[in-house]
Design a protein. Structure first.
Lengths: 111, 114
């Protein structure tokens, strides 16, 4: 699986959009980009995933660059409950569902 | 839906004792995963099962660790004998059949080995 690079931490004011970047320059054509988050003392929670098109669900939007070497997770209106560690994961298709977690980005949402 | 159920939620034991962690996946899910999380190493995949069969146990640290899935609704992770360095939060996750589907994580078991 391709390696990902994320900033270790970010801050965001409540109500503003949180934009979390991820670099995955060695991604291959059959690898998806996944985002999970982990709120303190809880198990990781799936947010969204995509292959090459931008994706949106009730939690977030995922913007993948045309060359697929980077992506951005957007939380449109961050709340205090969005404070968590966010993991960007690249995963092969055609295999069983193995996820490799990196160190992630610690997002702190403040008043 | 109750989600993935893990027991116990907390376990404190002494070095050398056997520890058994339990997991009930979401009904209908075909894949089950055991992860371990520590401050030093982050979240690591230990082993995963598809249709009750172990597929990849390369993350199991050593022979002291073993995992079983006797049926589709139950799995155990056993450590025998336990050591202080095994102290961690152990998560179980399950996933439905499609390969790109999301994994649903349980609340974890916090293990402390004294």
């Amino acid at each position: 699986d391709a390696k990902t690079t994320q900033p270790p931490s970010m801050d965001c004011a409540e109500g503003r959009a949180a934009n979390l970047p991820c670099n995955h320059s060695t991604i291959s054509g059959n690898e998806y980009v996944y985002w999970y988050r982990q709120i303190h003392s809880q198990g990781p929670q799936y947010i969204i995933h995509g292959l090459k098109n931008n994706e949106t669900n009730e939690m977030a939007s995922l913007i993948i660059t045309e060359d697929r070497k980077s992506s951005t997770l957007i939380l449109p209106h961050a709340t205090l409950r969005d404070t968590a560690v966010y993991y960007c994961i690249v995963r092969l298709t055609g295999t069983a569902s193995k996820l490799t977690f990196g160190t992630g980005t610690r997002l702190q949402v403040t008043l | 839906d109750a989600g993935v159920i893990q027991s116990p939620r907390h376990e404190v034991t002494e070095m050398g004792q056997e520890v058994t962690l339990r997991c009930k996946p979401i009904s209908g899910h075909n894949s089950l995963f055991w992860y371990r999380q520590t401050m030093m190493r982050g979240l690591e995949l230990l082993i995963y099962f598809n249709n009750n069969v172990p597929i990849d146990d390369s993350g199991m640290p050593e022979d002291r660790f073993s995992a079983k899935m006797p049926n589709a609704s139950f799995s155990t992770l056993k450590i025998q004998p336990s050591e202080p360095r095994d102290s961690a939060v152990y998560f179980c996750a399950s996933s439905p059949f499609r390969q790109e589907d999301e994994q649903f994580f349980g609340p974890g078991t916090r293990l402390t080995v004294l």
